[in-house]
Structures are given as C-alpha cells and as structure tokens.
Design a protein around this ligand. Sequence first.
Ligand code: UD1
Length: 429
Amino acid sequence: MEKILIRGGKPLYGTIEIDGMKNAALPIVFATLLVPGKCHIDNLPAVRDIALSLQILETLGAKVEMTGPNSVEIDATNAIATLPPAELTRKMRASYYLLGAGLGRFGSAIVGYPGGCDFGKRPIDQHVKGFEALGATVDESSDGLLTAKVGEQGLRSGNIFFDVVSVGATLNVMMAAVTAPGQTIIENAAREPHIVDLANFLNTCGARISGAGTDTIKIKGVSELHGCTYAIIPDMIEAGTYMVAVAAASGQVKINNVIPKHLESVTAKLEEMGVSVEELDDAVVVTRTEPLQRCNIKTLPYPGFPTDMQPQFCALFCLAEGVCHLTEGVWDNRFRYVDELRRLGADIEVNGKTATVNGGAPLRGTSVRAVDLRGGAAMVIAGLAAEGETIVEDIHLIARGYDNLEGKLSAVGADICRVVYPDPIIKMN
Ligand code: UD1
C-alpha cells in the first residue's frame, strides 16, 4: 500500500520540468491504429493511463517498442479489430478512442464501456451522433460492450453539429473521418490544445484536417495514412498543478517546457490572487510572497478556465482570506474530493454545481484519500500548506496523470515522499 507523506510548511524554490500532455498523448496513441506504418512518438508522459493504452494496442496486434523513457515506436500495420480485455479498457475513459480509430481503419470496433474518473453522468451520445453521421451504427449490449460498424458501402463524409462541446467526441469523430471519402465538417467542436495536437499528428501522417482549435473543423478524407515522427505538446494541467502548488506553499519556481498561451486562464486567476506569473518563451516563473487574495472561478470549455484545474484551485482557495466561489460548468458532479479537504479543516459548502470556500482557516494535516486524479493532486497541494503531516492514500489514481509528482516537488524543497505501508494484517479466529 503506497501513500504520499507530506510535512507541510516548506516554501518551494527551483525548477520543474513538465512532461507531454496526457490528454493529447492518449488520443494520439490510439490514433496510431489508423496508420499502417511506424509512428515514432516523443515527449510521451510516463503515466499509468499511457502505459495502459499501449498495452491495449498490443492486444489488438500493434507492435509497441519503448525507444526511450518518453519515446515509443508503434507499428499498427498488422493490427486487427478485436475486443481488448475489459480489465484494461475499463480503467480509463480514453479507451473509447478505439471506436473512432477502429471505424477509420477497419470499419468496425468493439470495446467495453470505458471507465475513468467519476464526475457524475458521462454519456457518449455525441460520439454516437458523430459516428452515425458518417454512416456507422453503434450498439451497446446488455453486458456493456460497445460495437461500432459501417455497412458494405463503408464510411461516408458528413456534417455534424454537436449539441454540447465535447473534447472526446470531437477527437473520436476526427479519427473516424480522416479516411471517409469527401469532406466532413464538425461544428461546435471543442477547441482544446489537445484537439489541435491530434489534428497536427494526423496531418503529419497524411490526413487533411483544417480548423482544429476553432469551433469548425473540416476533414477531407484521404485513402490511407502513413507513419511519422511526432512530439506531444506539454501538459498544461500538469504545469497548472505545479503553479498552484507554488502559490500554496509560497516561494519561487520556474516551470519549464510549457506553452504559456495554454496557461492564460490559470495565470489570470493566480495573478488575481496576488501571485506573480512571469511568462517566458517556453517557461513560466511563479512567485508567491504575499498573502493570497480571494477570487471566483467558473470552469468552461477551452479557452475558459479548465475543469481539470478546479480541485487544485479549491485547495488554494482554502488558504485565501475571504469567501471564494467555485462553479463547475462542465461536469455534473466534480466535488467528491471536498469531503477530503474538510478532513484537513477546510470550510467548504457545496450547493449544486457551486462550492463556496470560506478561506483563511488553517489546514491541519491528517489522512486523506485521492478520490480521483485531480482531486488527488488537490490533496497534495493542501498538504504542502497544512500544518503537520498529511498522508494521501489511493495514490494510484494520481499516477494515472502525473509522473513522479512527489519527486518533482521534493526537488524544489517540499518535504514529501512516497512511503510503503505494510498491508493490514487480518486476524482470523
Ligand atoms: C476530457 C478529459 C477530462 C476533462 C474533460 C473536459 C480526457 C481523457 N479526459 O474528458 O479530463 O475533464 O475532457 O475538459 O481527455 N458530454 C455529453 N455527451 C457526450 C460527451 C460529453 O453530454 O457524448 C458532456 C459530458 O457529460 C460533460 C461535457 O459534455 O458534461 C464535456 O465532456 P467531454 O468534453 O466529452 O469530456 P471527456 O472528453 O470525457
């Protein structure tokens, strides 16, 4: 049983390197299934969800070779459309990219219903709507298997107007459409940097996608893709998490390998709270010397404030003097971690989609759980600022999206380590 142990109260000084973006790497790894050739991918984050996605591709017959700690070569030339093991696919949300990639390459795909963090309802109706517009059908069996297939005439191009802005549906339909003859138009598309990254990867493989990063994406179908070499963009959520960690613990840290433009909404909120953020070409320097000011946040699709930074800011709000309001604009239920912050002494009320944080009461270390990936990061941030010892349990959820979180924080002066506790001994009478 591994846990993270933090003794709070240490300011942070030094430099942190940011890895490639998990949520861009996942669709790109699955999109290699579209390519009958070798794809060499660099700046791949060494996180659990990526390891799982590579394992899943291997079960479909792709050759996967790690060529360095953050580089992989994937050759899906001999891959086939078959059911990957449910014990792998249900551990993460992104396994549903097999539907778009499988339809685009084989005209069919089968996958167990995907897992991932529990934020309330996570429907996939917009994915299905997009696939249907391309001439596919999607069925869900009573035992939770999703089967997507096209008829003998194959995929066709189509016009899709999404009813809600969905990152996953935009990525999935882009994958399915790259080889559909004619021009597909996706409107009300998500605009996140990872949408642009997948489009750039696919275009490097010979696809013809334009408009990614705007709400209208046009895809001209090509007959076949080819292999390429591609580097994943830096992870704005990993970077944002360390920016908030510095704001919580105080000190000055340079955060390297970032695209400052992707961090604008996080930077703006930190500045509003009295934290200085200096933007360099591919780094930001975060300095906190003064008490934190109160502010409010509402999460929205990009370029709005990212929902995946909501729990980390909630932890920070606990340290600000005054009342802060945090409104969730993307998910139905993303406040499950709040009970854990309360265990540390936080004064937070949740009413529907808004959390009201009465900041300023001192946090006191105790044992808390990571209830999901970013909720776990919020516990670590709170622990950095709390008095005494904080122990974070269920840290396998943090490992889904952060490589060596405790090592990176310890290198800038945090008193934090991973500890192995013996499993409890069960006495039998
Ligand atoms: C991705 C991210 C997740 C992030 C989210 C929003 C990955 C692996 N996960 O999740 O970390 O929090 O984007 O930035 O990249 N919706 C529907 N119907 C659908 C699809 C979505 O109603 O078919 C709704 C969802 O319930 C949610 C909203 O649309 O309320 C946004 O979801 P979406 O952008 O699809 O999130 P994911 O791609 O699953």
